[in-house]
Design a protein around this ligand. Structure first.
Ligand code: TPP
Ligand code: MG
Length: 586
């Protein structure tokens, strides 16, 4: 049997080290599916239930492995479904390749069934976006697509018409009329050098050596630079604040961190920002500038020249890899003998940690979401990976999922879309079959893509899904109240849905928890279960995710919503009151 062009696509992916493609077939990609069938020994196809999930899986695969994630969808609707997951990759700077089908070339432009110009549709999301017109293009276009995704840390898109997919591989059916022939490229990517220039490192060192009260803000771009960050904090006597995507940069119990920042962050981080004279951002494009000081000396290291100095006035923007930049910088810094500034924040953090621990009370009924997250954190292994949805769950994970050992944490940082937790966990479990991978999800987010739990069952992936079931779109409920308005359109109605039955009726471990006393043992059982497990936990729906430091406007907004007839105001007030009492206990 002669090789078809789709085979050269799949073989080229394999040459790049791609071992997994997440997707769903359709009449626009039957040729590509045949290519996958013929080369299943090299590239594994993971059939999903919704293409959006396939794009999330590819994004998470890239986040956790550093290697390109690949997703596949048919022409028209399949391609359209990919988009939300691809924007997640784009906004969190992950290399992802999307492959789609297209109508056969003879029909293009005739409004044939499912003819959606996916190359035009993907023009905004993709750094590289190319239709294949001729089988001879495939290897080179695949090389350039993958190379561009790595180099620009974003999405590439290749769309292949049906007839080209099944044409004879590597043939050029047309008469060539230009002096050029199709370029021959190699499946190779070489990263640019990551060490900043000596001049930049000296300017950085001068600014930091002159600082009196310094804070370090570390983001996802510094996840691979833990040792260097800790040495930096020790040398400068400066606390490290972590963005949420950068939560795993250093452990949460480290004496060098004040934890997160922003609405989901800690009070010591907020106070730190008010007190410093120098801010050093590493591997972050932190968007919430209202939480950053405006009149301080600022330096930033970022891998992307367009992002170094993009958020606040920055005296020393430096382009480079976080780890290599810090390795070059550390020998140029003066060791501080006075560590009193850091010590003061260590004390504040002791107090913050105990106030958070008090909110993790096992006595509270209904179950406090803080308790749920703390039990997960206690029971999970030292190298567990948590994938989290957007919503109040992100606050509980930010504060009560403790990074220690080799633990990791992933969420949709910049797109902040609902529903990535479950597909992220599946994508990462494919990459690391023996690691413990936990999805901590909202009832709203889970129900959006819950069919993917079946994907975990079919692929025998031992992912652990914990649903923080408050029977509301909780995050939005609290946002509406902070604006001063009573809630609107944030409850699905009825009692909390029971998702555990969906798990057990499909042969997986499933449990519904309504009482705090049952939680720890069930989580233990689920986490030691060899297959996929789902625990659906009814939590207190009246527990607000409070900012570390409550602003006057936020408090008055809450009060105004109460006055205007907020539902369940008595139980909300009662929860807030009990939270305060717990925190004041010594
Ligand atoms: C795709 C998408 N739709 C809507 C939103 C707006 N949004 C953000 S969080 C949220 C509520 C999420 O509810 P749930 O998953 O139950 O989590 P909870 O906040 O209740 O913990 C909504 C509607 C979004 N971020 N993404
Ligand atoms: Mg919810």
């Amino acid at each position: 049997m002669a090789q078809i062009a789709a085979e050269s696509l799949i073989e080229r992916l394999a040459d790049w080290g791609v071992d997994t493609v997440f997707g769903m077939p359709g009449d626009g990609i039957n040729g590509i599916m045949e290519g996958l069938r013929r080369h299943k020994d090299r590239v594994h196809f993971v059939l999903v239930h919704h293409e959006e999930a396939a794009a999330f899986m590819a994004t998470a695969y890239a986040k956790a492995t550093g290697k390109i994630g690949v997703c596949l969808a048919t022409s028209g609707p399949g391609g359209i479904h990919l988009l939300n997951g691809l924007y997640d990759a784009k906004m969190d700077h992950q290399p992802v390749l999307a492959i789609t089908g297209m109508q056969e070339t003879a029909l293009l432009g005739t409004s044939y069934q499912q003819e959606v110009e996916l190359d035009k549709l993907f023009a905004d999301v993709a750094e590289y976006d190319q239709m294949i017109y001729n089988p001879v293009q495939i290897k080179t276009v695949t090389d350039l697509a993958i190379r561009t995704a790595y180099a620009r840390r974003g999405v590439s898109h290749i769309t292949v018409p049906n007839d080209i997919q099944v044409a004879e591989a590597d043939t050029d059916p047309w008469r060539n009329v230009t002096p050029a022939s199709a370029p021959k490229t190699a499946p190779v990517y070489l990263a640019p050098p990551g060490r900043p220039s000596d001049a930049d490192l000296h300017r950085l060192a001068d600014l930091l050596n002159a600082g009196k009260r310094i804070a370090i803000l570390a983001g996802a771009g510094a996840l691979h630079a833990r040792d260097e960050l800790l040495s930096l904090a020790q040398t400068l006597g400066a606390p490290i604040v972590k963005t949420l995507p950068g939560k795993a940069t250093i452990p949460d119990d480290s004496p060098y961190t004040t934890g997160g920042i922003g609405l989901l962050g800690t009070k010591p981080s907020e106070e730190l920002m008010e007190e410093i004279d120098t801010l050093f951002l590493i591997g972050t494009n932190f968007p919430y500038t209202a939480h950053l000081p405006s009149k301080v000396h600022t330096a930033q290291v970022d891998a992307d020249p367009t992002r170094a100095g993009a958020r606040i006035p920055t005296e020393v923007p430096v382009v480079g890899d976080a780890k290599q930049a810090l390795q070059g910088l550390l020998p140029l810094l003066n060791q501080r003998s006075d560590q009193s500034f850091l010590a003061r924040y260590q004390k504040k953090m002791d107090e913050w940690r105990s106030s958070m621990t008090r909110l993790e009370s096992s006595e509270r009924d209904p179950i406090a979401p803080q308790y749920l997250m703390s039990v997960i954190s206690d029971v999970a292994s030292d190298d567990a990976i948590v994938c989290c949805d957007s919503g109040t769950i992100a606050t509980w994970a930010a504060r009560h999922w403790t990074i220690r050992g080799e633990r990791e944490f992933y969420l949709s940082g910049n797109l902040a879309t609902m529903a990535p937790g479950l597909p992220y966990a599946i994508g990462i479990q494919h990459a690391f079959p023996t690691r413990q991978v936990i999805a901590f999800v909202g009832d709203g987010g889970f129900s959006m893509l819950m069919a993917e739990f079946l994907t975990a069952i079919h692929h025998k992936l031992p992912v652990k899904i914990v649903i923080n079931n408050n029977a509301t779109l909780g995050q939005i409920l609290w946002e509406q109240m902070v604006l001063g308005y009573p809630e609107e359109g944030v409850r699905f109605g009825g009692p909390p849905a029971d998702y555990s039955a969906f798990a057990t009726s499909n042969g997986a471990f499933g449990a519904k928890i309504t009482k705090p006393g049952d939680l720890r043992e069930t989580i233990r059982q689920a986490f030691s279960h060899p297959g996929p497990a789902l625990i659906d936990v009814n939590v207190n729906p009246d527990e607000p995710p409070m900012p570390g430091k409550v602003e006057y406007g936020q408090a008055t907004g809450f009060a105004a919503a109460f006055l205007h007839g907020q539902q369940r105001r008595a139980t909300i007030a009662n929860t807030l009151f009990r939270d305060k009492i717990e925190q004041l206990k010594t």
